[in-house]
Design a protein around this ligand. Structure first.
Ligand SMILES: [Fe+2]
Ligand SMILES: [Fe+2]
Length: 483
């Protein structure tokens, strides 16, 4: 009998949910599997599919030792269904049902809402793989290439996680949704992915590191809110996904950090003191710091849109019904029901941005967005310390939440990254100072040349402090020659 801690690898689909005892769901997943592999080969990483990559695979859900590392060809990766261990007697931690036993089956009245939450989360997972599929060809090192592919296979597994829930608990509707998740395509004119940021391009490695810093962090916040769910299978699924997600943000934050480190080092060696002397910095084959700020402005603002409207009845309903909690709900000390409570919401009024106390239940998207900003600020602070240590007079910051928004309260106004409201003419005039230009993109593209020697790194990025799984600096993370 599976103990829920170790993963059964004997069948086609590794799992810790005793899939062998559930013939209906096993058949549904096995029927879905070939379409998934077709999708992976068509829309997953371009090239490198027959190379051995040093990847981690989940072999258990014990936080102390859940993964093993080894060489595997990506299409042979063991994508499985893994749920964090059940908590005996777990109760619903928030909303109108607070204190009742957590649901093991979908409550009928919340079926449509829950299905929608699963589909939206599920859709982001394959989308990011599609967005990143061209990046293998320009990897700045084998270490980075391996990290890209690790993120990609785990996003693939996250799709499996949501598909399992759809197929197990939503019958025919769930099977149809699972097919649709393989049919939509990032950026496709007719059949795009569901959320805006997941239809943008990820054309270069700076974009990839920004995406994993910011957009994967939205994933973390959403998963953390769903991990509180009163629907216990969703809670357990998301809790395990969060262990994998941490690595994605590590890849992003350290990636940007290594770019900053390399730029500072090159500036110092060349005796360049002014970070705004962009031509001189770029002539060194490194990425200037003002461009990094523009990339932050772009990726942070695109990601803020993923939190949806600040004021949202859907968010209130999802909380009230016990399906989606707040970030770290279990650490909060209020009544976990929020009826009658207020929350400060930023909104534009007569040309300035003001804070208004609105119903806390309706403001849950705003609150999760605030939690995201606080979490992301920590990463920006760590980037700033790299420059501080190097003696470079430049500091990065997150743009104001009103900057460059397409969704919510600020979609109807223009604001600069400091949050000053601008008229349309001024916005157009100054936009290229705020956001990456075509010229920025062309410069970055010019740097994107692959480095395939073991232990080698492109001119514009410093080596990492430590290897993956304790491996030495010259470890061959991707075997390009023998497959
Ligand atoms: Fe994910
Ligand atoms: Fe992720």
């Amino acid at each position: 009998m599976p103990d829920g801690m170790t993963v059964d690898y004997s069948g086609l689909i590794p799992n810790n949910i005793d899939l062998n005892a559930d013939a209906r769901v096993r058949k549904a997943l096995e029927t879905w599997h070939p379409g998934y592999i077709d999708w992976w080969k068509a829309m997953g990483p371009e090239g490198f599919q027959s190379n051995l990559v040093y990847l981690r695979t989940a072999v258990g859900v014990d936080p102390a030792g859940w993964a093993k590392f080894g060489f595997v060809k990506m299409p042979d990766y063991k994508w499985g269904i893994l749920l964090a261990p059940a908590v005996e007697g777990r109760t619903i931690p928030f909303g109108a049902h607070k204190g009742e036993l957590a649901w093991q089956e979908v409550p009928g009245e919340y079926r449509a809402m829950l299905r929608r939450l699963l589909v939206i989360q599920g859709d982001t997972e394959p989308a990011s793989v599609e967005q990143q599929r061209h990046l293998g060809a320009t990897a700045p090192s084998l270490y980075d290439m391996r990290n890209l592919f690790q993120v990609n296979v785990e996003e693939g597994r996250h799709l499996w996680a949501m598909v399992y829930l759809l197929q197990k608990y939503f019958g025919r509707d769930g099977r149809e949704e699972a097919e649709e998740l393989l049919r939509r395509r990032s950026g496709d004119a007719d059949s795009p992915r569901m959320l805006g940021a997941f239809n943008e391009v990820t054309p270069d490695w700076l974009s990839f590191f920004m995406f994993t810093t910011f957009t994967d962090r939205d994933g973390k916040m959403q998963l953390a809110a769903l991990a509180q769910s009163g629907f216990d299978p969703l809670s357990r699924t998301c809790r395990f996904m969060l262990t994998e997600e941490a690595h994605h943000m590590f890849v992003g934050e350290t990636g940007v950090g290594r770019i900053i480190e390399r730029t500072c080092q090159a500036m110092r060696e060349a005796g360049i003191e002014d970070p705004h002397d962009v031509d001189a910095v770029r002539a060194l084959g490194v990425i200037d710091l003002p461009m990094i700020q523009r990339k932050i402005n772009l990726h942070a603002s695109l990601t803020l849109d993923l939190f949806g409207n600040e004021i949202s009845t859907n968010a209130a309903n999802a909380f009230n019904s016990g399906l989606k909690g707040r970030y770290r709900e279990d650490k909060l000390t209020d009544d976990h029901r929020l009826a009658g409570d207020t929350y400060p919401v930023l909104r534009p009024r007569d040309g300035v941005i003001v804070s208004e106390d609105l119903a806390a239940l309706s403001s849950l998207n705003m609150r999760l967005r605030d939690d995201f900003v606080a979490d992301a600020s920590g990463g920006v602070g760590r980037w700033n310390r790299i420059m501080e240590k190097a003696g470079v007079a430049f500091r990065l910051h997150l743009p104001h939440v009103a900057f460059n928004r397409r969704i919510g309260e600020f979609a109807s106004i223009h604001a600069d990254p400091e949050g000053t409201v601008l008229d349309a003419a001024m916005w157009e005039h100054r936009r290229s100072a705020f956001l990456p230009s075509a010229e920025d993109g062309a410069f970055i593209q010019g740097l994107m040349r692959p480095v395939h020697e073991t232990g080698g790194f492109a001119s514009w990025i410093a080596p990492p402090k430590a290897g993956i799984d304790g491996k030495p600096g010259d470890f061959e993370y991707v075997r390009l020659h023998d497959s």
